[in-house]
Design a binder for this molecule. Structure first.
Ligand code: FAD
Length: 456
């Protein structure tokens, strides 16, 4: 780790204005962290990392000034939104400067089917604005109330809405303005294929100052909590529903029965006997969905008006891990994709439960990715050791369940199949020749080829 640069806060205060710079050690530490502590492996690796200074740009020219200065001095720059990422993406491994983008949070334009916002705009606020105009976000993470649009684009993958609209790589980012870290920073308008250089790239290829995302027409939603005696029935129902294009839906989330009591940390409404399927469906499709629930031997346990507590968004995606860890911090998790073929996926479920029992509690989120509907999964995993995690991942992969490993801060070692490293490496070499952007997160083409887990 680099030695602390004690002069950095003062120099930045001269450059940007004192109100935009934080030197206080406690705040610097807090703003140097994200939610990597869901992984005991990352906790051990990243806990000591702290920025020398944190700056809050209020305009694109502040970002340009900070990057020009950092380039001249060889200071590492790690950009952050709300800091809700799970892999230490926003942790400054080599100290230096953290740029917190949350003061750049204006919605700039809403048109028919799109919204343009500053990069630090919160997705929750964007959803509210879109709905005022009769539209809504297509996809967002379960942390949307807090997380920023650029943080989602650069650090996330998919979430609520992905069962219909896919993931970030499926046309869910329309464009961005990107500041490069060249000696004289450039401001680029990025669109089309070039967006693959910023999607899930951890801010290693430039700093987004604006992002344009697509919108869908607003839907009147309802929240349904349904349950099933057999996990097979819960999964079969979810598979059929997720493929049914005549039902409008935003969330199909399945948790095996033993997860119910853990979710009670948020809302004490779940038993431990029945497997849960949490749904956001269009109110006009309610009857159709409930008759499919009954046809699969399920029941409607509770209906919650949209917008009222408990919100099922707070009980799905990685929020499940959050509540489990509140009950017992020895839980951690994996991110996986089961087979798109339902029978094959059921075979994978049986193999995993047969081998690991309650060391793994299964949790699925149905997703449409690259045109295919499949059960993505964020299974809870009892933490035993880093070696045990590796062994579990290896077993998942031998039975055809692909894993995006959340226990590494290295982009390539995460092993996301949809990542376009060619675009990322190209952008990295031209936009950041000095390697100052979020150093240590990207191994790069030569090192990546030598690594075995890269699957791009
Ligand atoms: P940060 O964590 O601040 O940053 C994420 C990455 O983006 C970092 O590498 C950062 O350097 C980079 N970045 C930030 N701003 C910029 C910028 N302006 N330009 C370039 N790069 C930038 N993720 C999902 O995809 N789906 C989910 O459903 C989901 N659920 C979650 C649930 C919980 C409980 C938690 C803790 C996390 C979850 N996440 C999920 C992860 C995370 O919340 C989301 O990906 C979120 O969108 C990240 O946004 P953020 O503003 O917090 O980004």
């Amino acid at each position: 780790m680099r030695a602390l640069d004690k002069t950095l806060p003062d120099t930045l205060a001269d450059l940007l204005g004192a109100s935009k710079v934080v030197a206080d050690p406690e705040r610097r530490l807090r703003l140097s962290r994200d939610f990597y502590r869901y992984s005991q492996v990352l906790e051990e690796r990243l806990d000591g990392c702290v920025a020398d200074a944190v700056a809050f740009p209020e305009s694109e020219s502040d970002v340009v000034a900070a990057l020009r200065f950092a380039n001249g001095r060889g200071v590492p720059v790690t950009v952050r939104g709300a800091g809700t990422g799970n892999y230490g993406q926003a942790v400054p491994l080599e100290g230096g400067l953290v740029l917190d983008m949350t003061r750049m949070d204006r919605v700039l334009e809403i048109g028919d089917g799109f919204m343009r916002a500053e990069s630090g705009a919160r997705l929750g606020a964007m959803e509210r604005r879109a709905r005022e105009e009769g539209q809504e976000l297509r996809i967002f993470p379960s942390t949307y109330k807090k997380s920023t649009v650029a943080g989602f684009v650069a650090g996330g993958s998919g979430g609520i809405g992905s069962v219909t609209h896919g993931q970030l790589w499926d046309g869910n980012v329309l464009g961005c303005r990107l500041v490069t870290a060249e000696e004289e920073p450039k401001i680029l308008a990025v669109e089309g294929e070039e967006l693959f250089s910023v999607v899930h790239a951890y801010g290693t290829t430039g700093i987004m100052t604006e992002v344009t995302i697509p919108l869908a027409p607003a839907v009147e939603w309802t929240q349904l909590v349904t349950s099933f005696v057999a996990l097979e029935d819960a999964l079969h129902f979810s598979d059929v529903l997720s493929r049914d294009d005549l039902v409008t839906k935003r969330l199909v989330s399945v948790s095996e029965a033993k997860i119910g009591p853990l979710l009670n940390a948020y809302a004490p409404i779940f038993g431990s006997e029945r497997h849960l399927v949490l749904l956001w469906v269009a109110s006009e499709d309610r009857e159709k969905v409930l008759s499919a629930v009954a046809n699969h031997s399920g029941t409607l346990d509770r209906e919650i008006p949209y917008g009222e507590h408990p919100s099922l968004s707070d009980l799905s995606w990685n929020h499940t891990t959050l509540w489990a860890r509140k009950v017992d911090p020895t839980w951690t998790y994996l991110q996986a994709a089961f087979s798109a073929d339902h029978e094959e996926a059921m075979g994978q479920v049986r193999e995993i439960k047969g081998r690991y029992g309650d060391e793994i509690l299964l949790h699925f989120e149905y997703v449409r990715g690259a045109g295919e509907v499949f059960p993505a999964a964020l299974p809870l995993l009892r933490y035993i050791s880093a070696q045990r995690i590796d062994e579990v991942i290896a077993f998942f992969e031998t039975i055809g369940v692909s894993v995006a490993n959340p226990h590494t801060h290295l982009l390539e070692a995460g092993g996301r199949k949809r990542q376009r490293y060619d675009h990322i490496y190209q952008a990295k070499s031209t936009h950041d020749p000095g390697g100052i952007l979020n150093p240590g997160k990207l191994r790069g083409p030569v090192e990546a080829r030598a690594g075995s887990e890269v699957d791009a």
